[in-house]
Each structure stands twice: as structure tokens, then as C-alpha cells.
Design a binder for this molecule. Structure first.
Ligand code: PGA
Length: 243
């Protein structure tokens, strides 16, 4: 399966910057050996989707509500995101799990809603520094997978250790290889044969200078890139390191 390099812009940029990055990606994504995806803030989704239509770079959202419509002031449903041009959506990012207190059950409901609306969900999991220090990282991630993946899940999983996000300190190659093997085993337990089609991305301080090594590890199906995705050249350099 092709690797997927997904950019998560988080709450950054305004339309002018988003449009400039999207235009650069439109030119630069052609002919890459991997799949590429950018997830801008929702207000810029349709602008970015418009610029990237028909290009090799797909567009996604950063979160969705579990319901498709209703009295949820300020929230955005999966059908709305699809309507704005998204084909993918990140759910359960650790920043949402932490600052919005999202539970595994809520993340699972969002992943279901995404699939119902025709979006491919990218479900994020990952342990905190304290959980790793206590030797609980494998159990924590297994529990997140069990709670967050709906039956018959056909999306993407992103392993993002919380301590590696935005810190400039990625997990080591050994840590990533061990965790991805554990996630693959857990996916088989939960999904059976269907697990084969699920790519496992690594995220947390992926940069052009460590991308080739990280993307070369067994069962790393791509990367979820935060900071480095805000610069088209850096993001494309990471994508160029993929298979
Ligand atoms: P980072 O963020 O690449 O800036 O560490 C990754 C993420 O949060 O998806």
C-alpha cells in the first residue's frame, strides 16, 4: 500500500497563507510515490479544496461532530465537511482528547459519523510521557484502539505519542517499530482480515531530516505532520522521502 503523508495545519494561518500553501502543493504533489493530504482549519476547507481539486493532494478536516445535524452550536458535522470539499477527517487528536476531554467512545462515534458521510477517518492514539514512564504505553494505546475504532473500521490509524507532538523530539526508531507492531496486532484482533487495509501513520515531530528514517520503519504506513506541514517545501520534502 502507498504511504500516506497527511498535514495537520491545526489552528494556524489565514486564507492567504492557506491558498499559497495549497497552490504550492498542487504543483509539488504531482508524481510523488505516496498519497498526500492536507487538513486546514474548517474555515479554509473550501478554498483549499477548490485550489486542489483534480490534483494529487487530497483535503481533510481536523475534527467532526458525531451527529449529522442538530442543536450543536459551533460544531461541524461530517456531511458539512464533505460538502465543503473534505474527503478525510482526523478524529481523536490528542489535543482534542486533552483540551476538549474527548473520550474513546466519542472518538468512535465521530469515526462512525465520518464513514457514514463518506469521509475516511484518521483515528489518533498515543500515550503521554507519564504513561510511557510507567511502562503503560502499549496498554494505553491498545485500550484507545479498542474504544475508538468502530466495528468494520476501514480508515487510518495515527500513532502520535503526546510527548513527541510539537516538541522537536520524535519517538525513537525502536519505540515506533515496537508500537506499530503492537498496533498491527491489536488491529488484527479487533478487525480480523480487514486490518490489512488499515495504514498506521506515525506522528510527532516528523521533519524533512528524520522523515526518511521514520518512513523506512516496518509497518509505518505514512506520517501525520503538524508543524512541518505549514511550509510547503518542508511538507513536500517529507512526502518525497515516502514510498
Ligand atoms: P508535530 O504535530 O508534527 O508538530 O509534532 C503532529 C500532530 O500533532 O499531528
Amino acid at each position: 500500500m502507498r504511504q500516506l503523508i497527511a498535514g495537520n495545519w491545526k489552528m494556524n494561518g489565514l486564507t492567504a497563507e492557506a491558498a499559497a500553501i495549497a497552490a504550492a502543493l498542487r504543483r509539488g504533489a504531482d508524481g510523488l510515490a505516496c498519497d498526500v493530504l492536507v487538513c486546514p482549519p474548517a474555515t479554509m476547507l473550501s478554498t483549499v479544496a477548490h485550489i486542489l481539486v483534480g490534483s494529487a493532494c487530497a483535503v481533510g478536516a481536523q475534527d467532526c461532530h458525531a451527529e449529522s445535524a442538530g442543536a450543536y452550536t459551533g460544531d461541524l458535522s461530517a456531511p458539512m465537511l464533505r460538502d465543503a470539499g473534505a474527503g478525510w477527517v482526523i478524529v481523536g487528536h490528542s489535543e482534542r482528547r486533552a483540551s476538549h476531554h474527548e473520550t474513546d467512545a466519542q472518538v468512535q462515534a465521530k469515526a462512525r459519523a465520518a464513514a457514514r458521510a463518506g469521509l475516511t477517518p484518521i483515528v489518533c492514539v498515543g500515550e503521554t510521557a507519564e504513561e510511557r514512564a510507567a511502562g503503560r504505553h502499549a496498554a494505553v494505546v491498545a485500550q484507545q484502539l479498542t474504544g475508538s475504532l468502530p466495528p468494520g473500521f476501514a480508515g487510518v490509524v495515527a500513532y502520535e505519542p503526546v510527548w513527541a507532538i510539537g516538541t522537536g523530539r520524535s519517538a525513537t526508531e525502536a519505540e515506533i517499530a515496537a508500537m506499530h507492531a503492537g498496533i498491527r496486532a491489536e488491529l488484527h484482533r479487533l478487525l480480523g482480515e480487514q486490518a490489512r487495509g488499515v495504514r498506521i501513520l506515525y506522528g510527532g515531530s516528523v521533519k524533512p531530516d528524520n522523515a526518511r528514517a521514520l518512513l523506512g520503519l516496518p509497518d509505518v504506513g505514512g506520517a501525520l505532520v503538524g508543524g512541518a506541514s505549514l511550509e510547503a517545501a518542508a511538507f513536500l520534502a517529507i512526502a518525497a522521502a515516502a514510498r
